[in-house]
Design a binder for this molecule. Structure first.
Ligand code: GLC
Length: 432
């Protein structure tokens, strides 16, 4: 009896340590994800051939069989995963999120779960995800997979709110569709090395309460296959279940200018804002409405100040090259990150919330003050009461600045009118 009790206590202890190390692991990978701060989102698939964004099949009411024929002509002759990842690295990105299968249902890897994929259905026959995963590894970039829950091609997918999608109850079969998704996720997690995250999208096709996406089981499968793979879901709501990070589409956390974030509150989980450089995710030949490079730097920095990662999108062309403007922007961001990256990577949103002049990021007792906007009279006010300011200097050059204690914080005097995209100060805090 005694022996039994002893081994029972032992196994209980082992179980407790296991649970403990699991949470420690989760905490660690979430932290590492937050440290990376800047990622590149890639929307690429056979839709790029029609050069009108990734929703073209839906928006132009294209017949699914006719659309599928595009695959027979998809030959991205200039695709070079190494060239892409080299550029992303130069831009200062630390991870890449790639559309493994978008709403159109076409898979960009050698999946055995459906012949509608890059290897079996195109003359290109190369496993794009295989090449990309290899190239990311070489550059030390983490690879994340976007994966669509919704599918416009498969007849077993139970179409929901989608207006222009075929609704055929006679072929709908949730069980086969669910099994198909899990088989694909298993391949993605078993065949391409360590994966940083699965990024789900499209769940909003079914908002009815009674529709059960069976996320719990799917998330458990992901964690079983790769315990260090994070889960995020662009369902436009607050995070649920085992989700590790919260997504914001086209908006910084707390904003809702694009109308996708109305239903969510900013959570304590790691945050990620995804954004297009122009107005479209997939390649568009007409969309030249690119944001200015400096403006994108400001958004990246503001995201960091709001404790969020910034995932910046590119829609590669059908030949496998990246749009010229996107390349130019990446290089521009890269030259900024090279010099100023240490005030962003590995930081968290600073203890001083966003101000009219900009934002703060923080690493231990170092507060980085990012002046992004115009200031009055060459000075800024830093609201800070719980802690003391021990020292303030310019990030570039380390010139010591004078500051004055006021009731609600500190007034910092700048040596010149800030006239660069992000005028950074490095402050040392001291707890009184
Ligand atoms: C939306 C769009 C989808 C895009 C995604 C990226 O959900 O439907 O096409 O991939 O946003 O955030």
């Amino acid at each position: 009896m005694k022996r039994f009790a002893f081994s029972f206590i032992l196994s209980l202890f082992a179980l407790m340590t296991m649970a403990q190390s699991l949470t420690d692991d989760t905490r660690r990978i979430r932290e590492e994800f937050q440290d990376r701060k800047f990622g590149i989102f890639l929307h690429w698939g056979i839709y790029s051939m029609l050069a009108d964004g990734e929703w073209v099949m839906h928006n132009r009411h294209l017949d699914r069989d006719e659309y599928a024929k595009l695959a027979g002509g998809f030959y991205p002759s200039r695709f070079d995963a190494r060239e892409w990842t080299k550029l992303f690295k130069e831009a200062g990105a630390q991870y890449v999120t790639f559309t493994s299968r978008h709403h159109d249902g076409f898979s960009m890897w050698a999946t055995k779960a459906s012949p509608y994929n890059i290897v079996d259905a195109t003359p290109f026959k190369r496993d794009i995800i295989g090449e990309l995963s290899q190239a990311c590894r070489e550059q030390g970039l983490k690879l994340h997979f976007y994966y669509s829950h919704m599918d416009w091609q498969r007849t077993d997918y139970p179409t929901g709110a989608c207006q222009n999608c075929p609704h055929d109850p006679s072929t709908t079969n949730w069980d086969t569709y669910y099994a198909f998704m899990n088989r694909q996720l298993t391949e993605l997690l078993m065949n391409y090395g360590p994966i940083g995250a699965i990024w789900f999208d499209g769940m909003w096709d079914h908002k009815e309460k009674e529709f059960d996406w069976r996320l719990e089981e799917q998330y458990a499968l992901i964690k079983r296959l790769q315990p260090t793979c994070l889960i995020g879901n662009n369902h436009h709501g607050s995070p649920i279940g085992a989700e590790d990070f919260q997504l914001f589409e086209q908006d910084l956390p707390g904003q809702n200018t694009a109308g996708f974030s109305g239903e969510q509150k900013v959570s304590q989980l790691p945050l990620e804002t995804c954004m297009t450089m122009n107005n479209t995710w997939g390649y568009s030949i007409t969309d030249k409405n690119y944001k200015d490079g400096d403006e994108l730097i400001r958004r990246l920095v503001t995201a960091a100040g709001l404790n969020a990662n910034f995932l910046l999108n590119i829609g590669p062309r059908p030949d496998g090259t990246l749009p010229d403007q996107a390349v130019k922007i990446l290089k521009h961001i890269g030259s900024f990150m090279k010099v100023n990256g240490s005030s962003i990577y590995g930081t968290r949103g600073g203890c001083v919330p966003p101000q009219s002049w900009g934002v703060t990021t923080q690493k231990e007792n170092t507060l980085y003050i990012h002046i992004l906007n115009k200031v009055e009279d060459r000075q800024i006010f830093l609201p800070l009461t719980g802690q003391k300011l021990a020292k303030v200097e310019t990030f570039a050059g380390g010139t010591k600045l004078t500051f004055k204690r006021e009731k609600e914080g500190y007034r910092i005097f700048l040596p010149a009118e800030p006239c660069i995209v992000d005028y950074i100060l490095r402050a040392t805090l001291r707890t009184p």
